[in-house]
Design a binder for this molecule. Sequence first.
Ligand code: ADP
Ligand code: MG
Ligand code: ZN
Length: 474
Amino acid sequence: MDYEAVIGLETHVQLKTKSKMWCGCANEFGAPPNTHVCPVCLGLPGVLPVANDEALRLTALTGLLLHGTLPPRAKFDRKNYFYPDMPKNYQITQYDQPSAMGGYVDFEFADRIARVRVTRAHLEEDVGKNFHFDRNSGVDFNRAGVPLLEIVSEPDLTNADMAYEYLNALKEILIYGCVSDCDMEKGMVRCDVNVSVRPVGTKELGAKIEIKNMNSFSGVRRALAYEIPRQIEVVKNGSKLIQSTRRWDDAAGVTEEMRTKEHAHDYRYFPEPDLMPFAPTDAWRAEVQARVVELPLARKQRFMRDYELPAPDAETFKNDVPLGDYFERIAPQARNPKAVANWVINNLRAQINETGTALAGVKFPSEAILELVSLVDGGRISGKIAQEVFAEMFATGDRPVAIVERKGLAQLSDAGAVEKFCDDVIAAHPGPAADFRAGKTAALNFLKGQVMKLSKGKANPALAGETLERKLKG
Ligand code: ADP
Ligand code: MG
Ligand code: ZN
């Protein structure tokens, strides 16, 4: 019997807010331990939480970006458990009435658009961080109470690579929406990976195994690439899998069991008595709605459709938003947007990277690229000369037409002048000229190259070819 994997992800993302979820402490990574703390986020007795409105807005915005709906009422609950990094001994989260429901993420996978449904997105708080030293341990509470968004997917993923691409797509969306910086190095995105296996063709879900607290997407992919065959092996040997929690040991490349039988009732969820349920007003919703942006995939598809760009160019403009915006400022006026994209990607981006210039610091106005493309397309300068003109534009900020005039770079389309170059070349290279007359057509390319060289790249290449051929045949 063949088995297939079923995967659902719970992704935790730190929100991009100035302050923490329930207090005014800074939401800032990298400060000395326990410098962004106060009685609220240290869980001291007698304090009251006040919900961070921006965190609520970012959660609602995420719901909209994922095509979900915002319920009229959301509430907070206490999830009770005891662990040194959580000083209150409970985490405030949203249990049965989350801030956002449903939706989906569309992303490119295996030459098609895959869709993973989203169950919900809810708001909770991060915990502190434990450090283990030689002789003792410590807790840094700077992260305790940082707003944390949890996005729960439906079990729609079927393999390790697909999970990896889903996570990347989700991250891109959150960055586009300015919901989170999603800086993996700073631990801003972590996820729990739920995976089971079942016989191909069956609908019923197998026992769910949860791999907790993964902090890299490639780690998720590696963990699944190990865990899926492991589970299939177990069931093929006639054993039964039981619902359990495992952890991924990246160095050893294996998952190992942590605990079994963990259920929601173990957490003794109950409504948070210190916070009112949240019922957004129409005005609040409208403000969140106004922050919805075009999604990365939609942008890529639009660039391919509207400007007839090949997929790799559109992908570049999806990944490099300022560069794509630059292109878009001039593309609608372009007769040849593909050529404009080439100049922006291959020349402008290269020069910017080489010289460490910011896009805003580029000396020439963006329309100069349109002018340059017109000069090439109109046969006024060759592609090779255009490279020289571009370098000069970048260095001086001058317009291409002015550079071509000043340096006398215009292509020679004057028949008399081209004829003179051709005569000189034929006289200087009698061998190749004879070869061509004897039927070796390839010799014409050599002679044409000599005309280009002699004219310093300015002869109109088509005209040079025609003239040479006429003279040699005549
Ligand atoms: P819990 O209440 O234990 O957190 P949920 O039913 O809410 O479990 O699901 C948590 C995550 O696990 C979701 O992403 C869901 O899609 C996924 N999931 C649930 N059951 C399975 C299963 N049998 N196999 C794989 N993933 C599953
Ligand atoms: Mg869970
Ligand atoms: Zn605080």
